[in-house]
Design a protein around this ligand. Sequence first.
Ligand code: UD1
Ligand code: CA
Length: 452
Amino acid sequence: MTASILGILLAAGEGTRMRSRSPKVLHHVAGRPMVGHVQSAMAEAGIATMALVVGNGAEKVADTAKASYPETQIFVQSERLGTAHAVLAARDAIEQGFDSIVIGYGDTPLVTPGLFMSIINELQTGADVVVLGFHSENPTGYGRLIMDQGKLTAIREEKDATPAERQITFCNSGIMGLSGPRALDLLDAIGNENAKGEFYLTDAVAVANAGGLDVRSVEGKEEDTLGVNNRIELAAAEACLQERLRAKVMENGVTLVDPNSTFLSYDTEIGADTIIEPNCFFAPGVKIAEDVTIKANCYFEGDTKKGQFVTVASGAVIGPFARLRPGASLMSDVKVGNFCEVKNASVGRGAKINHLTYIGDATLGADANIGAGTITCNYDGFSKYITEIGEGAFIGSNSALVAPVSIGDGAYIASGSVITDNVSNDALAVGRGRQVQKDKWAAEMRAKRKDG
Ligand code: UD1
Ligand code: CA
């Protein structure tokens, strides 16, 4: 039988240094709220049950956490009396009876499943308390792990530490594991006699040692537990996550011509032998197949909430300067060139949309050719309408296709047309004023004006 594990996520941080109307843990890193990254790391580590501790009025945090993991239990810590007090806000969850409890933080988006797994591993081999530590060149502000002959004896908060203890560089990440059956006794024994008058979760270490329990530390990297308190740290977390995401796609066989100018989301999928030129941005909900070429300066964005993805099949060539929006679905060998936007449209194999075009709410058959400046007029200010373009249809440059409208297979639209009626297969449609010529008109006009 697999062990039952409860993950407790503290997210009652004030976040005032973000200078934001939005709760801190909802700020995005690589296209996802910070709290979502931590939930996903917990889930990947095998933590099936999660309890989220939020502050007052944090309904949005609760909603966001439940949107990705509906089973998440929500608890409110209405007074901010310290990290142990925050964990105890989830008392009802702890009382459900778990083998192991892992405590994480909603503002540490770089945390990896491996860190949680290393804690779970110690708990499953008999530890009662496990602390994730890291070595830091600049330990100021962190709680320090007090070690004695390889054993963790206590954690001392900066404010309570002696000058000698402040020299210690082994720091507390805050991430911790507790034996499920022992957790409540340990937490209830923690007092608040310290410099801040708070109930420190870190005191679980001293309490457990006093009771002769098995207390262990594991070590991670400082970077992985970076907590975000302001926009500068948010940007640092973003940079770090981008580096990881870029490394992952490159290891999977994607060429990033300039990795530092390629921006990916947590869920971006890109197939092998795809080449991405500089300055491309992938918002969430984008799946690019193998052997795609993406030229410089392109923007991709799906809508994961609505389940509308951007999908690009192999052999496609996109950009430079193309924008693919939610529901853009490009079959193999499609070309989308400069200053083209495609939204909620299925584009058939080999179709070409090469210059200055908007294709929205449309279906394009295979090998359709869309001339420069073509616009699907999909919106009348109230509703959106569909444009259907058949296989091998040829849309002359600067045409406006006023939806709802259907262009038949192999049909031909004269340049500059405004098409309001359906066009039959293989027909020619001309929807523009006829050209007139008045011989000598210009010369006569000039002569008249001179005389005047
Ligand atoms: C805490 C640790 C410290 C560690 C550091 C790592 C304690 C006592 N100290 O210090 O050893 O080095 O994190 O960053 O745990 N929170 C609540 N409710 C509270 C208090 C805190 O939910 O009443 C949550 C917040 O989301 C906060 C997090 O716990 O972001 C950490 O609390 P904070 O007060 O910032 O602790 P630190 O001083 O950073
Ligand atoms: Ca903190």
